[in-house]
Design a protein around this ligand. Structure first.
Ligand SMILES: CC(C)(COP(=O)(O)OP(=O)(O)OC[C@H]1O[C@@H](n2cnc3c(N)ncnc32)[C@H](O)[C@@H]1OP(=O)(O)O)[C@@H](O)C(=O)NCCC(=O)NCCS
Length: 168
């Protein structure tokens, strides 16, 4: 993420529902704070990717995902996702997860962990259906999902994502 991406990220965040912000940050944080967090500063172990769709001469930012390596357990990193409301259910988060897993594996990460609300079914669906072996722990009202990414996702999920779908 570069400082020059701030305007595109601010437009993306402005278009999100309050519910999406709350699900991502577990709190109704201000949009300003969400943008500040998404733009940086990046820690040494943080990698952030964005998804853009073609929209006229420029792209429009419709998703962001990141992983942040645990400073104590460098083979483990925490992942988080934020996808434009209008694009939900079309495989965007799944695509970003696979992309992040490739990037994380390349720097020695073996496990991606996600902490999400126990009723956040779309997020849990992405994680459980990612094709990576997973283990789950319930901690209060939160669920911690651990994905083993030492090899790629199993083929069946990849084939499913390739099937024809409605355009966003
Ligand atoms: C959670 C969130 C990231 C999911 O993003 P998404 O892009 O809608 O996720 P996907 O489309 O990859 O997967 C969601 C569902 O769509 C399905 N899907 C995937 N590919 C698909 C395709 N080709 N056609 C139709 N549906 C598809 C998935 O199977 C999943 O359904 P399931 O729950 O039955 O398994 C998104 O809802 C979001 O931004 N929520 C607010 C923030 C948040 O909750 N972040 C998580 C905290 S870390």
């Amino acid at each position: 993420m570069r400082p020059g991406d701030r305007a595109a990220l601010a437009e993306f965040v402005a278009g999100l529902s309050d519910e999406a912000i709350e699900l991502r940050y577990f709190d109704p944080v201000s949009r300003q704070r969400a943008v500040d967090h998404l733009v940086g500063p990046s820690g040494p172990g943080r990698t952030s990717v964005v998804l853009e769709v073609l929209d006229g001469p420029t792209g429009r930012l419709v998703g962001q995902a990141e992983f942040d390596r645990d400073p104590v357990r460098p083979t483990v990193a925490e992942v988080a996702f934020l996808i434009a409301d209008s694009l939900h259910g079309k495989g965007a988060a799944t695509l970003l997860l696979w992309h992040l897993a490739d990037r994380a594996r390349a720097v020695g990460v073996e496990v991606l962990e996600a902490v999400t609300g126990s009723a956040n079914w779309p997020m849990l669906g992405v994680l459980y259906g990612s094709g990576f072996p997973c283990t789950v722990a319930v901690e209060g009202g939160l669920v911690r999902v651990r994905l083993e990414i030492t090899s790629g996702p199993c083929w069946s999920r990849a084939v499913r994502a390739e099937r024809p779908r409605d355009p966003p």
